[in-house]
Structures are given as C-alpha cells and as structure tokens.
Write a protein that binds this ligand. Structure first.
Ligand SMILES: Cc1cc2nc3c(=O)[nH]c(=O)nc-3n(C[C@H](O)[C@H](O)[C@H](O)COP(=O)(O)O)c2cc1C
Ligand code: SF4
Ligand code: SF4
Length: 230
C-alpha cells in the first residue's frame, strides 16, 4: 500500500509511478478515517516537503496507522531542492508509532510550488524525474535498507511542532500570510474541489478560506483566474 498526499500534483505523479511498477494500491492520506490496521508486507509514504519536514496533515493522518513489526516501509519526499530536512526522522517516528520502523528514505527534486525555480530548471527536473523514480523503484523492489531507525515514537507535540500547523506560522512568516482572494474570482469552485483539507467554500460566487489550511498551494497554482494570492 502506498499512502500519498499532494497539493499541486508532483507527489501524486510519483505515487502513481511507484504504484504502477510495484503493483501496490495507492490511497490518499486524507481518506484515512479512523485507526487503520494494515497487514501489507510493504507500506510507503509519498508526499511533499514543507519547510524541511512532513506536512502536518500527513503526520496527523498517518498516526492513525497500525502495521506489522516486520513490514518493509519507505518514504519518498518530493521537494524543490531535493533536500527534505528532518522528514526522514519524522517518517521513522510515524512508522515506529505504527508498530514498525522506517527502512528506506528517498528524495526527489521536482518543480517548486512555494519558491518558484526557473522554467529551465523545472524542465530539467521534470526530464530527470522518471529515471530517479525508476532507481527508487529498483531499490524498493530489492528491499534496500538505507535508513537506520532511531526507534523513537512520536510525542504529544509531534503534529503541533510542524511549521504550518493550523496556519500558525502562515500568519507570522511573510510572504506566507493567509491567502487573499481578489475580485477576479468568479466562484468557479475549482479551488473548493481540489483543496485537500476542505478548507474552501464558495459563498456568493466568491472563494472563502477557513482555518485548516495545509499550506499546499494547490488553490493558488490551479486557480484559472489567478485570483488566489499570498
Ligand atoms: C508551504 C511549502 C513549503 C515548502 N517547503 C519546502 C522545503 O522546505 N524544501 C523544498 O525543497 N521544497 C519545499 N516546498 C516545495 C514542495 O515540497 C515541492 O514543490 C513539492 O514537490 C510539491 O508537491 P505536490 O505537488 O505534491 O504538492 C514547499 C512547498 C510549500 C507549498
Ligand atoms: S479557483 Fe479561483 S476563480 Fe475559481 S472559485 Fe477558486 S479563487 Fe475563485
Ligand atoms: S486552502 Fe489552498 S493551500 Fe490551503 S490546503 Fe486548501 S488548497 Fe491547499
């Protein structure tokens, strides 16, 4: 089973590539409802890096998992710079809490959706990504272990310590303030549909944001009217 979270689509692409080659089902992390016991022999996480960490929503959802002690586990983090900070240690904490540990960790550099790279750089990353993913697939198929588990479980502050938890730091860190919807919004509803945390509703033909934003930037990048700005 491959659990994924995506805002703008990079991690969904990676999850689909892994799923097709490894013949593993994929499940959106957002769809995990209650505590979930999975007996699969292989379990993976695919998601974006947010400020050198896993997104808070990923942490929150995956702490509902229970897995077998000998499960082969992996995490693939997509990011702008190909460096995902403490995401590996925090993925390990999630798997340790679930009943196993992290076996393998992989980074893949994709077009950034927060700091935007040049068109040339993004094209280069997109052209290199299939080969990088294939190498990751080969490693997973041969059950590579490239991470030494710290054996530490998530503590009570695990989710709260995330940079963008409940918008807290969005309000503090310029230019990542709360999104502003300008007059070009025509209420088309696309952002409401794609928002992974159901944080947007359309009121009187205008998008209105709530307070459970995961900072994924999907609403901003996908808006056909360019009406969502930071
Ligand atoms: C709020 C936010 C924070 C980010 N922080 C980082 C970061 O610390 N390092 C990095 O390399 N990329 C960072 N990125 C870029 C994303 O990790 C990258 O574009 C990712 O592939 C997006 O995945 P998605 O398309 O599946 O949502 C950040 C993006 C966002 C929206
Ligand atoms: S996608 Fe853009 S135009 Fe459509 S409702 Fe959202 S903000 Fe408005
Ligand atoms: S409000 Fe926008 S940035 Fe926040 S979770 Fe929804 S789509 Fe992502």
């Amino acid at each position: 089973m491959i659990f994924y979270f995506t805002g703008t689509g990079n991690s969904l692409w990676a999850a689909n590539m892994l799923s097709a080659e490894l013949k593993e089902d994929i499940k959106n992390i957002i769809d995990i409802q209650d505590e979930m016991f999975i007996t699969d022999n292989i379990i993976g996480i695919v998601c974006p890096t947010y400020m050198g960490d896993l997104p808070w929503i990923v942490k929150q959802q995956l702490l509902k998992l229970k897995i077998k002690p000998n499960t082969y586990t992996f995490a693939v983090l997509t990011s702008n710079m190909g460096k995902s900070g403490k995401s590996n240690d925090n993925a390990d904490k999630i798997f340790c809490t679930a009943g196993s540990k992290l076996c393998s960790f992989f980074d893949i550099s994709m077009p950034g959706n927060c700091l935007i790279s040049s068109k040339e750089e993004n094209e280069k990353r997109l052209s290199e990504a299939p080969d990088i993913i294939q190498k990751i697939i080969n490693d997973i198929q041969s059950r590579v272990i490239n991470y030494k588990s710290k054996g530490v479980k998530a503590d009570n502050n695990f989710i709260k310590k995330s940079f963008f938890y409940k918008n807290k730091s969005l309000l503090q860190l310029s230019p990542l303030k709360k999104f502003k919807i300008n007059k070009d919004c025509n209420g088309c509803g696309l952002c409401e549909k794609i928002c992974p945390t159901n944080n947007i509703i359309i009121k009187e033909k205008h998008a209105v944001h709530g307070n459970k934003c995961a900072a994924c930037y999907a609403c901003m990048h996908w808006c056909p009217k360019n009406a969502t700005r930071v």
